[in-house]
Design a binder for this molecule. Structure first.
Ligand code: ASP
Ligand code: MG
Length: 417
């Protein structure tokens, strides 16, 4: 017997037929004798609709009331799933965030989970009851409903798994696992059996949209073995109930991965923009003068490249932001021009960032050189490079993104089993 948290996203609970299908996945696990908590998202499209209503009601609205509205989507799916499970003879009840309670901070609309009291759920597991939990929501210190930011029910599931000390957190979604790259770009992409937490964190933040980034951070910190699998597979297909080796991708501690590949996957992000400050004074405080105001404006800066100055007096600084934030970034920098001290501001949008990820590169030389040569052979120009221990990110012209992904996928042999 094990304790499992199962999470189903919006497409998996899109209508009553799909909810019935979810219930069969749940029943399979309870029939095997496992203790189960299920976390659900709102039915597909519902959160968008609720968000739109709040904006239509008033463009500038109280974030606490926004939360009161958008949390409603998850309440509906949790209640419906509990009803369907009960009709199938499963002892189940629904839980809203405040009932558990899931304590969050006060950042309405993008709240963080502070603590979950799992004791009542655990007591009821002992009585054979399944908990159906509304994801994406909790209770703020102001005693009001708070939501976790879009895609937040992944985070609810992982946090709940940590709180009840679950053996595994199964994230059921519309893909059957994590792939070596996006299969829509490279049809020979393979599903990975295991991915280390660190790698998944990079994959998720660099564009692979399977899991919310924060849920991966949480899984890493609390060492929650997280399993990405398909909700569209037949609930009773052979192997689905195999506890040790079910179909999907396990995200786990790297110690669990016996055969580490040098490169695990290729991620990409389009719509990147590049901003360069030329002839910038080379003195203490310039970086702070640039990135402080950008951070105050909530602009998410990514690759940052600065040159060592030639003559000790001026240097160049280049960094990337999402294309949508480029204009805002430029005006923030123009406003801070005096304080920063630079000569020219240059920018370009429509770029792409392609990243090579793998924990194995910590102990291998030449991984980056291989990428650079492969891209050169295809005539792809590299605009900027940043690296970490387990990642190489390369900035290129947007139209070359697909070619670069396919080239890197094959040069590291990811298309071969
Ligand atoms: N329903 C919420 C959203 O659409 C949370 C989630 O699906 O994870 O963002
Ligand atoms: Mg989602």
């Amino acid at each position: 017997m094990a304790r499992i948290v199962m999470k189903f996203g919006g497409t998996s609970v899109a209508d009553l037929d799909r909810i019935r299908n979810v219930a069969r996945h749940v029943k399979r696990e309870t029939d095997s004798g496992h203790e189960v908590a299920v976390v659900v998202s709102a039915m597909a499209g519902r959160t968008n609709e609720l968000v739109a209503w709040t904006r239509e009601a008033s463009p500038l609205h109280d974030a606490r009331e926004y939360d009161a509205v958008v949390a409603a989507g998850e309440q509906v799916s949790a209640g419906l799933l509990a009803i369907v499970l009960q009709a199938m003879g499963v002892n189940a009840r629904s839980w809203l965030g405040w009932q558990i309670p899931v304590h969050t901070d006060n950042a309405h609309g993008a709240a963080r989970i502070l603590e979950i009291d799992g004791s009542e759920l655990v007591r009821r597991f002992g009585e054979g009851q399944v908990a159906v939990v509304a994801g994406f929501q909790g209770l703020g210190p102001d005693n009001r409903v708070a939501t976790l930011g879009r895609g937040g029910s992944d985070t609810s599931a992982v946090a709940l798994a940590a709180a009840v000390k679950a053996d595994r957190c199964d994230i059921y979604t519309d893909v059957d696992g994590v792939y070596t790259t996006d299969p829509r770009i490279e049809p020979s992409a393979r599903r990975l059996g295991k991915v280390a937490f660190e790698e998944m964190l990079e994959l998720a933040s660099l564009g692979a949209k399977v899991l919310q980034v924060r849920s991966v951070e949480l899984a890493m910190v609390h060492k929650v073995r997280t399993f990405v699998r398909s909700s569209f597979s037949e609930p009773d297909a052979p192997g689905m109930d195999d506890f040790d080796n079910p179909p999907g991708t396990l995200i786990c501690d790297e110690d669990e991965i016996v055969e580490q590949e040098v490169v695990t996957g290729i991620a990409y992000a389009r719509d990147e923009a590049q901003i360069s400050l030329r002839r910038l004074a080379d003195r203490p405080g310039v970086s702070a003068a640039i990135f402080g105001p950008l951070s105050d404006a909530h602009i998410n800066v990514d690759m940052i490249v600065q040159n060592i100055s030639e003559d000790g007096s001026s240097t160049d600084m280049t960094f990337t932001v999402p294309s949508g934030d480029m204009e805002k970034s430029l005006s923030v920098l123009e406003e801070a021009r005096e304080a920063i001290g630079f000569d020219v501001l240059q920018s370009e949008s429509g770029l792409a960032k392609v990243s090579v990820i793998g924990i194995g590169m910590r102990s291998h030389a030449g991984v980056a050189a291989t990428a650079f040569k492969a891209l050169a052979d295809k005539g792809i120009n590299i605009k900027a490079i940043t690296t970490s221990e387990i990642k190489i990110s390369i900035l290129i012209d947007g139209p070359y993104a697909e070619l670069a992904v396919r080239t890197l996928h094959s040069v590291y042999g990811l298309d071969k089993t």
